[in-house]
Design a protein around this ligand. Structure first.
Ligand code: ADP
Length: 365
């Protein structure tokens, strides 16, 4: 019987539980044994109790749970070869040679490295006498498939990552709440959202809430960003708008590469010699990550989990490590490392959306 392990790694995201549930049940459906590795790569390095066999009923009720019930962690040991060597040993001791990892691009890059190193890791384990030649015979290849779990929607090659629409829904809900009080007092709010490198959440939230101005890492603002923002806000106020909403991603930059912070934006809006608005900052923080997944993320986690099990069973040593994407509403398999490379080169948010046009529709709602 084939033994397939599933783990979540890196930052948690809503919908990861749906993915784990789908992988466990699909693996069982395909006649395999299903395992969960708890606490991400840390669990793989620790072994033992961190690697648990799962039955059909073990994942009952997981669809509607937020976060990841099998835990996730950052694991320093896995960055280094000795950590990965221990991980390989633990997997073989459990009889596992197929792994599905749900995580961000860091986790998936680590997975690809692990897979390409696998034969040499086995060799080293035999040399060191930690495993016997006949123990490793059936583990010549490690099949790995990635699922992209991330609230940031920060991987190229897929329309959505598991979790991004839940986070976006949470942000929009929060902005709606803030708008009511902002309007009442005629205040301005600077709302900081997650996204150190990727501004998808900030951009989409801006479009979805009709924000007055947004800052994202992919569109560094020119030197005149102060005049630009104040000009637009002034215009909106002139048209009778009683609230001002500026959405800023954590990683907002100007063209010189300097950080644009929420405080800088707030000070500017509040400046007595300028707009002089009563301005507050709201940092949404982990509220964006937590809570139950929206329907889309449950659906995505489930459909992609099913596909991941199929893919890991069909993978051959020759095929490059793949991840499961959704493109044009179809669940597809794609080469992982190409997507990681593309992500570094193109700013997805800008590539996909007509940013200027969408934002120019906002007015004095
Ligand atoms: P994310 O998966 O959300 O991008 P991280 O980049 O923190 O989050 O990665 C999660 C974990 O994956 C790390 O703590 C580490 O154990 C492993 N990892 C990340 N990048 C690599 C890498 N280049 N090589 C080996 N392991 C890695």
């Amino acid at each position: 019987r084939k033994k397939i392990a599933i783990m979540t790694s890196g930052g948690d995201s809503p919908g990861m539980n749906a993915a784990v549930r789908a992988c466990v049940r699909m693996a069982i459906h395909m006649g395999c044994d299903a395992y969960c590795v708890y606490e991400g790569y840390e669990g793989l390095v620790q072994g033992g109790d961190f690697i648990r066999k799962m039955e059909w009923h073990d994942v009952r009720g997981w669809l509607s749970e937020g976060g990841t019930l099998i835990g996730t962690a950052r694991c320093m040991a896995f960055y280094e070869r000795p950590g990965r060597l221990t991980a390989a040993k633990n997997m073989i001791l459990e009889g596992i040679d197929a792994l599905i990892i749900c995580g961000g691009d860091g986790s998936l890059t680590g997975a690809d490295k692990f897979r390409s190193e696998w034969p040499s890791l086995l060799e080293e384990l035999v040399q060191k006498g930690e495993l016997k030649e006949d123990q490793i015979e059936q583990y010549k290849h490690l099949n790995i498939v990635g699922l992209v779990g991330s609230i940031d929607n920060d991987l190229s090659g897929t329309d959505a990552t598991i979790g991004c629409y839940s986070a976006l829904a949470r942000i929009c809900y929060a902005v709606d709440l803030i708008e009511a009080t902002a309007s009442s007092h005629s205040r301005a709010f600077v709302i900081e959202v997650m996204g150190r490198h990727c501004g998808w959440l900030a951009l989409m939230a801006g479009v979805a809430t009709g924000a007055d101005f947004i800052f994202i890492p992919e569109k560094p603002r020119g030197n005149n960003w102060r005049e630009e923002m104040c000009g637009i806000v002034r215009q909106h106020r002139k048209r009778g708008k009683r609230k001002t909403i500026v959405i800023i991603a954590e990683g907002a930059l100007d063209r010189e590469g300097n950080k644009i912070s929420s405080e800088m934006v707030k000070d500017l809006l509040a400046d007595k010699n300028g707009l002089g608005l009563d301005t507050r900052i709201t940092t949404l923080g982990h509220v964006q990550r937590g809570g139950t997944a929206v329907a889309y993320d449950r659906m995505l986690g489930t459909l992609q989990g099913v596909e991941a099990v199929k893919a890991v069973l069909e993978a051959t040593p020759e095929t490059p490590t793949c991840f499961i994407a959704i493109t044009e509403n179809k669940i597809t398999r794609k080469p992982l490392m190409q997507a990681v490379l593309d992500t570094k080169e193109v700013a997805k948010a800008i590539e996909r959306q007509d940013f200027e046009m969408a934002m120019s529709l906002r007015d004095a709602e």
